[in-house]
Each structure stands twice: as C-alpha cells, then as structure tokens.
Design a protein around this ligand. Sequence first.
Ligand code: ADP
Ligand code: MG
Length: 348
Amino acid sequence: MAQQTSSCQYIPNDQQKVGLPLIYGENLSHAFQAKREVIAVNKVDFGIREGKITAIIGESGSGKSTLLKLIYGLLEPSSGEVRYRGWLVPTRKDKLIPGHDAMKFVSQGFDDLNLYAKVWDNVASQLPNTNLSLKESKTRETLNRLKILHLDQQRVADLSGGEKQRVAIARALVNEPEVLLMDEPFNQVDAAFRDALQQDIRQIVEDTGLTILLVSHDPTEVLALSDELIVMKNAKIIEQGSPTKLYYEPTHSYTAQLLAKSNILSSNQAALMGISSNHTIGIHQEDVSFEENPQGTFHVKDIRFRGFYKELILSNGQLTLHAILYPLSKIAIGSKVNISITKYITFD
Ligand code: ADP
Ligand code: MG
C-alpha cells in the first residue's frame, strides 16, 4: 500500500516544489459565497508528514471539514495553494472527477456506502473486473485488515456503527491510496468499540506507511491515536504539534480547554490564587490539589460523576475551579476545602 505512484503534474505550467512535507498548504483560504460571505478557512499554513496520523481538531464551525475538502481538491482555494508531493492539488476546474487520485475521502456519516448491498460487494465494487482473482484477493485482504471478513455476506444496513465505519474504511483502502482523509470518523462508533478501531487503524499505518488525516471535534478521542494535532479556531490554524506537547505545553488557552478542559484564569484571577502573572494562565484539572478542611477557603459547589473519577466544581465565591477527585472519597457538596496549585501554564 501507499506506493509513490502519483507524483504527477495535473496543472499546466505547475513546477514541483521540492523539500516540502507530503501535504503542504500555504496562505490557504476558502470563502463560501452564501447570503453573506463566510470565510471558513483563513490564510492557513501547514505541513502534513508522510506515514503519520494527523488530526485536525477544533470546535464546531472552526473550518475543519472545509480544510479537509481543500486538501482533497473538492473545494477551490480563494487564496493560496495546497501541494501534494510538491505538486498543486487539482480541483474541479482541473479534473473531471473531483478528488486527488492518491487520496481517498471517507465522508461524515456513511454517505458513500450502499446500505442494502453486502459488505463484500461494497468493498469489491471499488476494483475493476479486469483481474477477478486479484479483485477477490485484494477484497479479502482489506476486509481482513479491518477485521470484518466474517461479516462479508451481511448487509451493511444490519451492522453496528463501528462495523459500518470499518466497511467505509475498507472501501476507501482497497485501492491502496497513499492518503486517507476522514471527517469525524468516530462519531457514530460506540465508545466501547472506538479503541479497538483506533488500534487497528494504527496497525494499518504501521504495516503499510499510509498517511491519515482526520477531523475531530472531540480531541480527547484522538489523543491516543494521533502523531500530530492541528488546532483550528475561527478559520485559523492556531497551533500544530504532538498530542503530548499540545497537552502539556499549549500556546493558546483554547487548546488547553479543548484538550484538557483546563481552568483558564485571567491575571487578576490568578492573583487570587497567589499566582503572580501578567498573562492569562491555565491550570489542568489534575493540577488542582485540594484537602478537606473546615476552615477551607473554597467549597465544593458541585460533583460530576465521570466513572472512575469525579469532577469537582470548587468555588470561593469569586473563582470557580474544576478539579479531579481520584481515588474517590466521601467528599460531599458543601464541604470546605483548601486548594493548592501544583502546576500551571502561562499563555501569551
Ligand atoms: P467544522 O467542520 O469545523 O465544523 P466547517 O468547515 O464545516 O466547520 O465550516 C466552517 C464555516 O463555514 C462555518 O461557519 C460553516 O457554517 C461555513 N460553511 C460550511 N459549509 C458551507 C457552505 N456549503 N455554504 C456556506 N457556508 C458554509
Ligand atoms: Mg465538520
């Protein structure tokens, strides 16, 4: 899989730029001309590395799906460019069938699947009939990789969300694209099956060198899967880096909230906690330590059950902080606590 078959020129007079990451965007914008103009992607620069899993994260409406479609060539840039292996990505005006030949796009929902056909036929139908034994073996191999070979005679309509997503991915991969693009791929997959699907996706990347670019509005679900995160806010890419780097050392409070549900404090609020800073600070929930004390300055305002831990909402009247209670104790709403901050992040 993922051979370098597509280093070709689509656009007349295009010169290959060398030394770029596999996918490269520069000053890339897209504006939708609706009732009013909507700038969905606004002058972004980025690089996506080969053989890695990159996740575009950000709140709803931040421009993630638009960026993915620009990369695939489904939308026309209003400014700037996207390059694949140094060549401009063709769009509808350059190419009859939209979509880059080296890439496959798994759209949101299961739009591409034929729900009333069998799993086998949904995948096999992507291959030509010129070599039937190759068609058979490739279909089998791909279903096997996605661990759905045993479902091959079932109708897609009868499968669970997680199984349908596996069929959608198998259908995209059977032609051995170099890049797989997925928009919110875990939305309709039950949490219990998400980990297994993610591990199988990782394994495919390791076995084949496939490059994956996916979109998620719930970054906690892709922290373990991704090698690299691209953070979008209001049509801009605000930062890019490894999940650990962005979790522990985010540059923006938005990233800290998105990845760690961090407590964000203004410098005045930080001063109330005895932290002197001219900047906004972030305190991850796990860095808020507390101790029950009848003379405590904070009280427990609310307790949210989160399974193996509880999230405590602590308040002193002026300031509210979220903290993690683990291991569980009998602390109750109204209890007084003292707080100490073990670590915080300073933002620009
Ligand atoms: P995300 O995937 O991060 O939720 P989108 O890329 O879908 O965000 O959308 C970014 C912005 O562009 C939003 O304000 C959205 O309303 C707008 N938008 C998306 N698609 C269209 C469209 N076809 N026409 C007009 N506006 C659109
Ligand atoms: Mg979207």
